[in-house]
Design a protein around this ligand. Structure first.
Ligand SMILES: Nc1ncnc2c1ncn2[C@@H]1O[C@H](COP(=O)(O)OP(=O)(O)OP(=O)(O)O)[C@@H](O)[C@H]1O
Ligand SMILES: *[C@@H]1O[C@H](CO)[C@@H](O)[C@H](O)[C@H]1NC(C)=O
Ligand SMILES: *[C@@H]1O[C@H](CO)[C@@H](O)[C@H](O)[C@H]1NC(C)=O
Ligand SMILES: [Mg+2]
Length: 425
């Protein structure tokens, strides 16, 4: 009898543990994404997707696609395209770029890296050319709506996403969200970046590969193989060649000091390091506003069981050979990020509060959105005017629009706090 009840107790304990684990997993959308992406229809595949030894695996690894399905960076086709020129396509900047790269190498010579207390100095701003320029994005978006798609193949992450080739040879990553939330998040995040003047996101358009679409007619059999729903709206973002991974700078890791406008942290950095940090401050502000946990924050979260995670590449962040950061895969932003805010907010606010240096233009745009309290209106207008499929895909709920405005206001307060604290420098 004793033995039986001991066994029963052990069984109960196991069940309880399984339950706890299951609930935790359900909180995390990437598991859900993977399940839906790889399980046979109708059959949950939690065990199949998860390695047995949790302690040794990072959050990231747990949620990543199985290795065999993951295209290798080096294995991707090499051909260049408009994306070859993408970030560097400012023809008349060539000479400027040479001068810039010469100046990037050495240590700081041009004086203080910050001015007016908390802003990156103008001489640094002058050394960092605009990432994806407005003109470049406009032209790419026009082409991406007009050209027929002639090829679809793996090469943009998980298998539901595809690398598309247009008739002119240029390429795009097609993201087929698990649900409309993710495509909406990706698109609205792109337009919010435009409002903020953050130019690290590749240009994006929405598209509908439905049966009667001329543009997609050439890849109809592949689409059927992928089992994309006929009415789905997908996002296309410019594919950029020669990108490499980016490790989070030491100051911004949780054990780092953060980024403050003080000599001990910034004055002995090289110009190249400062230019990268400058882009990171935009990244942190942007991911805070959009509550995107799927970049720096998910890495910080993984430290709980993987102490070395910060020594590896940051999720969903890449770098061009010239040193521009490229923020890819923003589908966790705004919609999904706001839905799971309870779970991640602690990390979002910790990261934000560790940074007290920012780009002047970003600060100005945030102040304006704060003052006018019109984030919802302006985002909606831009989205509606730029995106023919906006009505179909929908916009932020009122609740989420309020959350966005609230985050702008919090960010603004944080900037004021930094100003007060560091204005004496
Ligand atoms: N715009 C782009 N230009 C070039 N390569 C890209 C682009 N977008 C994605 N990739 C490549 O595809 C990989 C995965 O992209 P993405 O993050 O969008 O997909 P994912 O399914 O979320 O994959 P992961 O789980 O690795 O994040 C990137 O690491 C990069 O190598
Ligand atoms: C990408 O790398 C290849 C091989 O190193 C090189 O030939 C090509 O010019 C690079 N393209 C860009 C846009 O830097
Ligand atoms: C800058 O100074 C800090 C602390 O004073 C030191 O830890 C860091 O290694 C220095 N960095 C460089 C590039 O010299
Ligand atoms: Mg990703």
């Amino acid at each position: 009898m004793r033995a039986v009840s001991a066994n029963l107790f052990a069984l109960l304990l196991l069940c309880a543990l399984a339950c706890v684990f299951y609930v935790w997993s359900a909180l995390e959308s990437r598991v859900e994404r993977q399940q839906r992406g790889f399980s046979a229809p109708g059959g949950p595949s939690l065990q199949r997707g998860l390695p047995a030894d949790l302690s040794a695996k990072t959050f990231r690894v747990l949620l990543a696609v199985p290795a065999a399905q993951k295209p290798h960076l080096g294995g991707r086709p090499k051909a260049d395209s408009l994306s070859g020129q993408a970030v560097g396509s400012r023809g008349n900047h060539v000479n400027g770029d040479k001068k810039r790269s010469a100046r990037r190498e050495g240590p700081v010579q041009s004086g203080s890296p910050v001015e007016d207390g908390i802003f990156w100095s103008e001489w640094l701003e002058d050394l960092l050319p605009v990432g994806f320029t407005e003109e470049h994005c406009r032209a790419w978006r026009e082409r991406a709506r007009a050209h027929r798609i002639v090829k679809l193949e793996p090469g943009c992450g998980r298998i539901s996403n595809q690398l598309a080739t247009f008739a002119d040879g240029s390429r795009a990553c097609v993201r087929y969200g698990i649900n409309a939330d993710q495509v909406q998040g990706e698109a609205l995040t792109y337009y919010l970046a435009t409002l903020l003047g953050i130019t690290n996101l590749p240009p994006l358009v929405l598209s509908q590969p439905s049966a009667n679409s001329e543009q997609w007619a050439g890849v109809r059999p592949q689409i059927e193989g992928l089992q994309w729903s006929d009415r789905a709206v997908v996002s296309l973002t410019e594919w950029v060649s020669n990108l490499t991974g980016v490790v989070t700078p030491a100051l911004l890791r949780q054990e780092g000091s953060g980024l403050h406008p003080v000599p001990a942290e910034l004055w002995n950095k090289t110009t190249a390091e400062l230019l990268e940090l400058m882009q990171w401050t935009d990244l942190i502000i942007f991911d805070y506003l959009t509550a995107n946990f799927d970049r720096l924050v998910s890495n910080l979260f993984s430290r709980q069981w993987d102490s070395r995670v910060m020594e590896r590449d940051t999720n969903n962040l890449l770098r061009t050979p010239r040193g521009d950061l490229v923020f890819i895969d923003n589908e966790a932003g705004l919609v999904h990020g706001f839905r799971v805010l309870n779970m991640w907010e602690k990390y979002h606010s910790t990261v934000l509060s560790s940074v007290c240096v920012l780009r002047k233009r970003t600060g100005e745009r945030v102040a304006e959105l704060h003052r006018r309290r019109d984030a919802r209106k302006r985002l909606l207008e831009l989205y509606r005017d730029s995106e023919p499929l906006s009505l179909q895909l929908g916009f932020l709920s009122d609740e989420h629009a309020d959350i966005l405005q609230d985050r702008i206001d919090r960010l603004y307060k944080h900037i004021l706090h930094c100003k007060e604290k560091y204005s004496q420098f």
